[in-house]
Design a protein around this ligand. Structure first.
Ligand code: NAD
Length: 497
C-alpha cells in the first residue's frame, strides 16, 4: 500500500514512520493508502529545514520571489485536472467542485504574484530638520499552517502563497484525511524553482500540531478547522508567544423574506445547503423563513432536491458525492435521527441511500427539516453534512435577533427584493461575510476572508490585505544623514523643529 510521507527540505523523507493512519476512497469505502503521522522529531526536522532556508529566502530579491510565484501559478493551472482528481479520490467531492476549489486557490497565488506592490511602505521626507521617516514590512521567519479536510488545496493556498512571497518559510500540516494533494503542491512548487526548505509538509494529527504550537522557532500559526480546535490553537499558540490566526466552524443562516424571488431563494438554499455534501464552512445550514415564506419556498426546494444526482465524485454529471469518512457519515446520520426525535418535521430523509456499485461508500442524500426550533441539536450544532433546517419566525426583527444570538458568525445571506431590508441586514448583522441575494459570500482574493464571534480567534482574517499584514511586521525607520551643519551635543528632549 502507498505510504504518504513528509516532504522536508525539498524531498520526501525516506525513513519509515513510527505511526501511520489510513486514507480512504469515500466513494467505495476502500482504504487506498497510509499516511505518516509526524512525531515531535519529524516536526523538529521540518522546522530546522525551514529555519535554514529562511536565512537566504528572506533576502532573496522581491522580483525573484515574484517570478517563482508566477511559475508556480502556471504549474498549478496546468495540473488542475490532476489536483482535482486526487482531491475527489480522497475527499469525495465532485470533480467540478474540486476544479472550482483549485481556481479559488489560484486566485490567491495570483494575488501573491503582486507581492512587490503589497509590501510597499510609506516615506515622509523632512519630518524634522534633515530627518526622514519611512516604514517597511518584514517577514516573520518560520510560519506554520494547519488545515482542515474539506478544502485540501484551497485552504492551504489561503496561507502559504502570501506567507512565502512575503519572505517567510513555511511548514504545512494538512488534514490527515486527504493528504495527497499537499504532496503534489510541494512538488509543483519545487519545479517552479522554490529553494529547498522554503515549503515543507508534515503529515499527522494532534502530536504534530502540538509540536508546531510549542516550537520555539515557529513565529506564527495559521489554522482553519473546527471551533473547539481553533480555540485551543489560539490559546496554546499565543501562550507560546506566537502570532495566531485561527478560523473556526460555522452555522450559516439564510433569511428568506416573504417578498423574495422564491425560485432564486430555492436555487440558493439547495446549492448552498447541499453543495460539497454540506462539507463547507460557508454552507447554509439554516433557512429562516419570515412569515409565510416557507410555505411557498419549501415545495420548490423539495422539487430541486428530488433532481440531484448523488454519485461518486468522478461520475459524469454527479452533483453530490459521499462524505469524507465512515465516522463522519455516522455522525451526520445520528443528527438526522436526533432531529426526528426532538420533534422537527423531516421532509426529506437522505439516510440509507443506495448508490450503484458503492455499497460500502460513505453516502447520505440530502436531508430537509421544517419546524426546527433553536433548542434542537440540529440547530445548535455544526453538523457539516447535507442537513438543511428551516426555522420559522414571525418578523424580520426576530430573524436578525436569531442570527445575532448564535455563537457562530462566519457567513450569512438574505433573500429579498426590499433594498431597505437588505441595508438594515448589512448594517445590523453580527457576521463577518454577508450575502445579499448571494448564498455563499466568499470574498475574492483581494479582500480578506474571516467570520466573527466563535468562527475566528485572533485579530487577522485570512488572505488578501490582512494576510499580508499577518505574515509581516511593520518597522519604522527614522534617519538623519549628517549635513554640513552640526549643532553639537544636546541632552534636551527632541523638539522636531
Ligand atoms: P478539525 O478541527 O477536526 O481539523 C482541522 C485540523 O486540526 C486538521 O489538520 C487536524 O489534523 C487538526 N486537529 C484535529 N484535532 C486536533 C486536536 N485535538 N489537536 C490539534 N490538532 C487537531 O476540522 P476538520 O474536520 O478537518 O474540518 C472541518 C471543520 O473546519 C468544520 O468545523 C468547518 O467549519 C471548519 N472550516 C472552517 C473554515 C473557515 O474558514 N472558517 C474553512 C474550512 C473549514
Amino acid at each position: 500500500m502507498t505510504l504518504i510521507n513528509h516532504w522536508i527540505d525539498g524531498e520526501y523523507v525516506s525513513t519509515v514512520p513510527s505511526r501511520t493512519g489510513p486514507v480512504f476512497n469515500p466513494a467505495t469505502g476502500e482504504e487506498t493508502s497510509q499516511v505518516a503521522m509526524a512525531s515531535r522529531d519529524d516536526v523538529d526536522l521540518a522546522v530546522a529545514a525551514a529555519k535554514r532556508a529562511y536565512e537566504t529566502w528572506r533576502d532573496t530579491p522581491l522580483m525573484r520571489r515574484q517570478n517563482i510565484m508566477f511559475s508556480f501559478r502556471d504549474l498549478v493551472a496546468k495540473n488542475r485536472n490532476e489536483l482535482a482528481a486526487a482531491m475527489t479520490a480522497e475527499h469525495g467531492k465532485t470533480i467540478d467542485d474540486a476544479l472550482g476549489e483549485v481556481q479559488r486557490g489560484l486566485e490567491v497565488i495570483e494575488f501573491a504574484c503582486n507581492i512587490a506592490h503589497l509590501l510597499k511602505g510609506d516615506f515622509s521626507e523632512q519630518v524634522s530638520t534633515g530627518v526622514d521617516t519611512y516604514s517597511i514590512r518584514q517577514s516573520l521567519g518560520v510560519v506554520a499552517g494547519i488545515t482542515p479536510f474539506n478544502f485540501p488545496v484551497m485552504v492551504p493556498m489561503w496561507m502559504f502563497p502570501i506567507a512565502i512571497a512575503s519572505g517567510n518559510t513555511f511548514v504545512l500540516k494538512p488534514s490527515e484525511k486527504d493528504p495527497t494533494v499537499s504532496q503534489m503542491v510541494a512538488e509543483l512548487f519545487s519545479e517552479a524553482g522554490l529553494p529547498d526548505g522554503v515549503f515543507n509538509v508534515v503529515h499527522g494529527d494532534k502530536e504534530a500540531v502540538d509540536a508546531l504550537l510549542t516550537h520555539p522557532d515557529v513565529a506564527a500559526i495559521s489554522f482553519v478547522g473546527s471551533t473547539p480546535i481553533a480555540r485551543y490553537i489560539h490559546e496554546t499558540g499565543t501562550a507560546n508567544g506566537k502570532r495566531v490566526q485561527a478560523l473556526g466552524g460555522a452555522k450559516n443562516h439564510m433569511i428568506v423574506l416573504p417578498d423574495a424571488n422564491m425560485d432564486l431563494a430555492a436555487d440558493a438554499a439547495v446549492s448552498a445547503g447541499f453543495g460539497s455534501a454540506g462539507e463547507r464552512c460557508m454552507a447554509i445550514s439554516v433557512v429562516i423563513s419570515v412569515g409565510d415564506a416557507a410555505d411557498r419556498l419549501l415545495p420548490k426546494v423539495q422539487e430541486r432536491i428530488a433532481k440531484l444526482k448523488i454519485a461518486p465524485g468522478d461520475t459524469d454529471g454527479a452533483e453530490m458525492g459521499p462524505l469524507v469518512t465512515q465516522q463522519h457519515l455516522d455522525k451526520v446520520t445520528s443528527y438526522v435521527a436526533a432531529g426526528e426525535s426532538e420533534g422537527a418535521t423531516l421532509l426529506v430523509d437522505g439516510r440509507g441511500i443506495e448508490v450503484d456499485d458503492c455499497e460500502n461508500g460513505f453516502f447520505i442524500g440530502p436531508n430537509l427539516f421544517d419546524n426546527v426550533t433553536t433548542d434542537m441539536s440540529i440547530y445548535t450544532d455544526e453538523i457539516f453534512g447535507p442537513v438543511l433546517s428551516v426555522v420559522r419566525v414571525e418578523s424580520y426583527e426576530d430573524a436578525i435577533q436569531l442570527i445575532n444570538d448564535n455563537p457562530y458568525g462566519n457567513g450569512t445571506a438574505i433573500f429579498t427584493n426590499d433594498g431597505g431590508a437588505a441595508r438594515k441586514f448589512q448594517n445590523e448583522i453580527e457576521v463577518g461575510m454577508v450575502g445579499i441575494n448571494v448564498p455563499i459570500p466568499v470574498p475574492l482574493a483581494f479582500y480578506s476572508f474571516g467570520g466573527w464571534k466563535d468562527s475566528i480567534f485572533g485579530s487577522h482574517a485570512i488572505y488578501g490585505p490582512e494576510g499580508v499584514h499577518f505574515y509581516t511586521r511593520p518597522k519604522v525607520v527614522i534617519s538623519r544623514w549628517p549635513d554640513p551643519i552640526h549643532r553639537g551635543v544636546d541632552l534636551g528632549f527632541p523638539t522636531n523643529n
